[in-house]
Structure formats: structure tokens, C-alpha cells
Design a protein around this ligand. Structure first.
Ligand code: THU
Length: 132
């Protein structure tokens, strides 16, 4: 297990590399599998709806590195442009990312920067669709 604060700090650091020229809302994500970390940022393009979130970007990086689906143990997400004390809804994974997490990281503990709780995917996406 990577310490919670260490993983959140990595997510905050990678968020500095977010490519978000339209929203200016920088997000970083770090996922752990087999003791290694994989990082991602949100990537926005001119056709806004095709934006990739940081969580999916990190999960895709893990898959590209050969991580076995469902072996992810921890995920950290940091929305570094959210003011301190802003509601949790301003910084939690979007619906699409929750489905990715349900499929690829169903056993992970999920940390959201600025919130003390350890979330599971059941907390974030109850009754998730999934066939295996
Ligand atoms: N975004 C993420 O990367 N992850 C989230 O959990 C929420 C939203 C991105 C998408 C878009 O680039 C920007 O944040 C504003 O919605």
C-alpha cells in the first residue's frame, strides 16, 4: 500500500500537466497496481465532448503498461483548481470514470483530494453495470 497522502500528492503534482485550455480545470490521477503507480491528466481537445478525464487517462496508462484489469488497489484524484472547502461534488470522478473504475479497478480504495474519506466504487456507483 502506498500511503494515502503520498498518492494524493502525486495526483496533485501530475495535475500540473493537465491539458485543459478550455476549462482551465486541472485534474490529476494516480493509480496503484502491483506496487507501481500510473498517472493521468485530463486532456481537452477542440471538440469538447471528446475530452478525456484524468481517471480514465491513468487507467489507460496502467493498461498500456500491462497491468491486469481488476488488480488496481488504490486510486487518487486531485482537482487542483477547486477552492478549499468546496463541496465534494466539485472534485469526485464523473459518471463515465466511475464506470471505468467499476470495470477496471473494482477493488480499489479511492482517495479524493480535499476529502478525508476512503471511498469504494460501491460508494460512488451503486448497482454498477457490469458483466464479466
Ligand atoms: N474532469 C476530470 O478529469 N476528472 C473528473 O473527475 C471530473 C472532470 C475534467 C474533464 C474536463 O477536462 C474538466 O475536468 C472540467 O470538467
Amino acid at each position: 500500500m502506498i500511503p494515502r497522502e503520498e498518492l494524493l500528492s502525486l495526483a496533485r503534482e501530475v495535475a500540473l500537466k493537465a491539458h485543459c485550455p478550455y476549462s482551465h480545470f486541472r485534474v490529476g490521477a494516480a493509480v496503484v497496481a502491483g506496487g507501481k503507480t500510473y498517472i493521468g491528466v485530463n486532456v481537452e481537445i477542440s471538440s469538447y465532448g471528446l475530452t478525456l478525464c484524468a481517471e480514465r487517462s491513468a487507467l489507460a496508462a496502467a493498461m498500456a503498461a500491462g497491468v491486469v484489469a481488476r488488480s488496481v488497489t488504490q486510486v487518487a484524484v486531485a482537482c487542483i483548481d477547486v477552492p478549499q472547502g468546496a463541496p465534494i461534488q466539485d472534485r469526485t470522478p464523473c459518471g463515465a470514470c466511475r464506470q471505468w473504475l467499476a470495470d477496471l479497478a473494482p477493488h480499489a480504495i479511492i482517495y479524493v483530494d480535499g476529502d478525508m474519506r476512503d471511498f469504494t466504487i460501491e460508494d460512488l456507483l451503486p448497482y454498477a453495470f457490469g458483466h464479466h
